[in-house]
Design a protein around this ligand. Sequence first.
Ligand SMILES: [Zn+2]
Length: 166
Amino acid sequence: MKTKHFCPYCGDGLTDKHVEGRVRRWCDQCAAPVYENPVPAACLVTADPDDRILLVRRSVEPKKGSWCLPGGFMELGETPEEAGLRELHEETGISGKIETLLGITTHSGNIYDTVLVAGYLVREYSGTPYAGDDADAAEWFARGDMPEIAFTSHKAFIDIFYTAYI
Ligand SMILES: [Zn+2]
């Protein structure tokens, strides 16, 4: 993960200090820790009538060139459902409706230490997928024909779908 060097509020340099049970980045000027928390994201298992799943091939780091579920980070003011459906539309052109929550898990990121990922199922949708933002391909994959998935959290949601929803 990336380390914060300056206070986002006053611009002073940060140091490490043991506060409230763990080592945190500390600002002397503000006399306060700079709290760091997991960053929430949402991703979508979008399944077609043949139970194929929509994957995108990433055109940006991390894991550029590998396949994953459409998804991304929540913006301020969004619900996780809104974030997931927005990302689905931005990355594939598909407009979807969420059927259910598949689960919530975490994975380690290279910028953020911990990403909290909510996975949702979409089986009602409109549109034909194309490669949109952050993707250079968007395609349907059958269960036996699945490429390697870039993120363990995404793979887990795909497994939950095939285990519990078909
Ligand atoms: Zn400060």
